[in-house]
Design a protein around this ligand. Sequence first.
Ligand code: FES
Length: 332
Amino acid sequence: MSASASTSPESALIAVRLMAIRYAAQDTHVFEFAPVAGGVLPAAAPGAHIDLHLPGGAAGSRVRSYSLLLSADLAVDVPRPYYRVGVKRDAHSSGGSRYLHEQLRVGMTLEISPPRNHFPLHEGDAPSVFIAGGIGITPIWSMLQRQAARGFAWALHYASRTREEAAFAAELQALPAVHLHIDAEQQGRVLDIAAIVAAAPAGAHFYCCGPKPMLAAFEDATSDVPAQRVHLEYFSAKQEAASAGGYTVVLARSGRELAVPEGRSILDVLREAGVEVGYSCEQGVCGACETKVLAGTPDHRDSILTTSEREASRSMMICCSGSHSARLELDL
Ligand code: FES
């Protein structure tokens, strides 16, 4: 996952040094970071991502989220000596991937967040069907390493525009059950996700990370599959952010009440009022701003919460979601 953002007051940022850059495919490099202070980095499980706090942006810093590439040589609860992320240089980049590819050099330092995981691997014994598009392969790469190490059945369907752009293609193709779909060699035919889902073994869990049209096709194709077996990760906003405003946010810990006007997010209003809250992507895809809801009815617009989590409304992403009720009480 990669997403744009602004600064965050997260307390536990970690200073890391770029130790290596490795070519993974045309326009995609792998960046390896180790702690500046020595020692190890927090344990992380497949599907997790970290925020990189990069220089630049209007506020003097910008934050970008990237999925971790986790080999299966360490257990998921064992601290890691380094983190690796795969970053594709985006021609339409607002600065994150361009900075990483063009300016960040081995030896330079930056801060990162601890890992968060909204796209975890189901660790049962069911077979896994992984579907990845483009740089969406990065969280999936970690998942299939883990599934292979655990000895459970899995298959990967990986779509790339061209063979040259398919990251990790050589090592993936050395594994069984990897199906590479090169768009440029298919006369414009895209991956047939409905056929993949229909042909999957009974009880399979489905995972997808890729561009929006692929995720939409995946959601369509799995609409009849029980939700607990369907897992996906967006790396850009799935829906428009709520902007109607006209409601009041109540901060339960202080009793403060803040009006959210039309065109502003809850996060905007909290920042302007000097309330410290964590945030990163501001698009509802990273989970950094997840906040407990104590009363009221959120208007969920994120790409993280499941249908049942939305219905329960125990939490919300305050960067993009609004309120259906006149008052919304948050655990802040
Ligand atoms: S800041 Fe990323 S989900 Fe809200």
